[in-house]
Design a protein around this ligand. Structure first.
Ligand code: ATP
Ligand code: MG
Length: 247
């Protein structure tokens, strides 16, 4: 990986880009993933490349929702695997979630490469390879999930998910947490908890909140989820992007 000096004004963004590039070279990330990354970077630039307060509130609500869940699942695609493999494994441990590989452009090679990559980063069990259940209302390939994974989950964290699948999962009655930098995209708009933040900042921050909330009572956790305002979170992010008051 190319060394990016720490004092480069856009160091984090360049490192992220390199990680996606390496993901493509390793067969983890699709070419479509490169385009998604470019789109994400543009929104992140306008957000000031920081976690805005409404996103932090969403991350705290996400942590509470994951801790409350009977069966939480973290869905992983090629971009997520390239950018935050260790961080996903850590979050799964802290909240007791399953990890499932779920791809828009599903190929067996890419499924295996991502599962291996996650295991290299400490995952013990990776779901998604059985593909023995289907999400209703989607075409065959894109509907594939594991019966004892996403299909059975009550709460699903779906970073960078496409709009159709996010809608289909919500139709199934799942509580969705969507991480996406575009507040206007359909995916966060269908989510119970839209997290408008870069995945590289969002996942570690959800984990921090979850650690802090680990000993909280169910009532406290339910209160955090109930007082979270999804409309406000979407509006605040859109306002920040449109206003673009970059320091
Ligand atoms: P739809 O309305 O169907 O969701 P879309 O144009 O949003 O269409 P997607 O495939 O969902 O299509 O696009 C990828 C999404 O992922 C974009 O909204 C982009 O902002 C977001 N994204 C890309 N990289 C990141 C990242 N690192 N963190 C968070 N979000 C990201
Ligand atoms: Mg989208």
């Amino acid at each position: 990986m190319t060394d990016v000096p720490d004092d480069h004004p856009r160091a984090q963004s360049l490192r992220t880009r390199h990680r996606i590039e390496a993901g493509v070279e390793k067969g983890i990330t699709s070419k479509q993933g490169l385009i998604a990354e470019g789109r994400g970077e543009a929104y992140d630039y306008l957000l000031g490349e920081e976690t805005i307060p409404s996103a932090d509130a969403a991350e705290r609500a996400a942590a509470a929702q994951l801790l409350l869940a009977d069966h939480p699942v973290l869905s992983v695609n090629g971009n997520v695997a390239a950018l935050v493999p260790e961080e996903i494994v850590e979050l799964a441990e802290v909240v007791g979630a399953d990890i499932e590989v779920n791809l828009f452009n599903r190929t067996e090679e890419r499924m295996e490469a991502i599962a291996d990559h996650l295991r290299d980063h400490g995952a013990t069990e990776v779901k998604g390879l059985a593909a023995d259940a289907r999400i209703p209302g989607l075409d065959h390939e894109r509907a594939k999930v594991d019966e004892d994974g996403i299909y059975d989950a009550d709460v699903v964290l779906v970073p960078l998910e496409d709009g159709d699948r996010a809608e289909a999962l919500a139709e199934m009655g799942k509580t969705e947490i969507v991480v996406d930098l575009n507040p206007l995209s359909r995916s966060p708009r269908t989510a119970a908890i839209p997290v408008i933040d870069n995945i590289v900042r969002a996942i570690p921050n959800v984990t921090d909140h979850a650690r802090e909330l680990r000993d909280a009572s169910r009532e406290e956790l339910e209160e955090i989820v109930a007082t979270f305002d999804r409309e406000e979170a979407l509006k605040e992010a859109e306002r920040a992007i449109r206003q673009g008051d970059l320091d």
